[in-house]
Design a protein around this ligand. Structure first.
Ligand code: 13P
Length: 248
């Protein structure tokens, strides 16, 4: 039985007071027994939000992590620094990092490895662009993005990770993949991994991301291979985020 997980990705939104207020409203809406909920906070506020949510059911995540361990890498944040600030999850390979900041399958795989080495759970984001989907390349893109990590980290590394399928065309566009479209890719990802290790594939959490809102979350989350969501815009409002979490 896979544990559901709902993660908010705040991206580059809000200032210190906004982040603290948002985190406070989320924890106010949670019960002691809740689990499987996290927020990915901008680096500069990670420590402070981390202190606020420490000992609550809300887990802390980052939006990226360096592909190197330490040293002369100006502007980068290492996995050990994140661990030191109480981070549980680190997004790696978000499409905005791939398209706007030249992250490649190789740097994403290196980030994945760095996170895991420090005991931070990498959340590997994969997904195709509209052009790739229309060119029937969705599965080829998924294969490439997934294989780069498996080649560098080994399939066993997926046991302590999360995958987020985020079709690029559905991110921030209000255009959600249909439940069936999302399920088809989630099932494909699980089957691909099962070819290498069935036990790991069976327990792996695969989240869907891309315009998940309170009104479409329940149907998406009821698909057999969708184990939760990675939520952008709707995670900036505590009520919407909690409503999505409650639809699991
Ligand atoms: P939206 O929910 O705003 O489409 O963003 C999805 C996303 O990129 C989460 O990482």
């Amino acid at each position: 039985m896979r544990q559901p997980l709902v993660m908010g990705n705040w991206k580059m939104n809000g200032l210190r007071a906004d982040g603290l207020a948002l985190a406070q409203s989320i924890i106010d809406g949670l019960n002691a027994g809740d689990q499987g909920i996290a927020v990915c906070v901008p680096f500069v506020y990670i420590s402070e939000v981390g202190k606020l949510i420490e000992s609550t059911p809300l887990a802390l995540g980052s939006q990226n992590v360096a592909d190197q361990e330490k040293g002369a890498f100006t502007g980068e944040i290492s996995a050990s620094m994140l661990k030191d600030c109480g981070v549980t999850y680190a997004l790696v390979g978000h499409s905005e990092r791939r398209t706007c900041y030249a992250d490649t399958d190789q740097t994403v795989a290196a980030r994945f490895c760095q996170a895991q080495k420090e005991g931070v759970i990498p959340v590997l984001c994969i997904g195709e662009t509209l052009e790739e989907r229309e060119g029937d390349k969705t599965f080829a893109v998924i294969d490439e993005q997934l294989n780069a990590v498996i080649e560098m980290a080994g399939v066993e590394a997926l046991a302590n990770s999360v995958i987020a399928y985020e079709p690029v065309w559905a991110i921030g566009t209000g255009k959600t993949a249909s439940d069936e479209q999302a399920q088809e890719v989630h099932k494909y990802i699980r089957e691909k991994i099962a070819e290498k290790d069935a036990a790991i594939a069976e327990q792996l959490q695969i989240l869907y991301g891309g315009s998940v809102k309170p009104n479409n979350a329940k149907a998406l989350f009821s698909m057999p291979d969708i184990d939760g969501g990675l939520i952008g815009g709707a995670s900036l409002d505590a009520e919407s985020f909690l409503s999505i979490y409650r639809s699991i």
